[in-house]
Design a protein around this ligand. Sequence first.
Ligand code: NAD
Ligand code: ZN
Length: 244
Amino acid sequence: MRISSRLREVLRKAKKVCVLTGAGISAESGVPTFRGGGGTAVWKGMPFDQISSAKMVRENLDEVWAWFDYRRDVLKDCKPNLAHKILANWQDKFEDFTLITQNIDNLHKEAGSRKVLELHGNIHRSYCIKCNKRFFMTKDTIPHQPEFCDECGSKVRPDVVLFGEFLPFDVYEKAEQKSRQAELFFIIGTSAVVYPAAGLAELAKLNGAFLVEINPEETPMTEICDESFRAKSSEALSAINQVI
Ligand code: NAD
Ligand code: ZN
């Protein structure tokens, strides 16, 4: 895979580097994506944006848990892949490196990334719908535990941002600040249709960052990218990693 002299130059000079990842980076670990490859995920006849919604939490939390327990079960044996590992190394290669993810699968942390801005939460966490107390699960806690909060007895829900909900403010604010400052910004394995996450790449570009996309398919972001790799994330990142 050819790395242009332009990108080599930016890689050599850039101190502030941001990476935004989506479901595609975990595809090679065996985690299914929701979009891409011509398909869209459906659970018990419901499209994923219906079952993963704030409305469903209000109307049928048990069904939401069934879907998330199913996803946690799928994830149980998934391991970080080469792309996750290369990004974990990048935290020590660049002076100011920020990893932002839309993924909830915890694989960046498992690969060794110390600080990850998890825009959409984490599938192994939950919180009480009344007092917000937070709970942590291991990969093997299937079905989820606890069902009820030990402080107030209310139901516990996944600590995942669902359709119709706001992103965690402090995490998003940090991601926005780092995106604005970035000299080099990678957008990897995301269909770039979920806002405001996708807007971070636009923000970076508007503020002068060199924008690089890695995705086997074109996305709405391709147009504004300075460079696009039509490749799997592990392949493109390996090639780029060799010239750093
Ligand atoms: P998406 O499912 O909408 O899009 C996945 C993208 O990855 C597609 O554009 C596809 O072409 C690309 N892709 C597929 N294989 C790839 C590979 N090997 N290398 C690089 N790219 C590849 O995912 P999204 O944009 O992240 O948005 C979906 C939302 O669903 C996110 O908010 C996320 O929270 C959630 N989600 C998370 C996971 C996860 O945690 N692993 C999985 C599915 C969905
Ligand atoms: Zn509680």
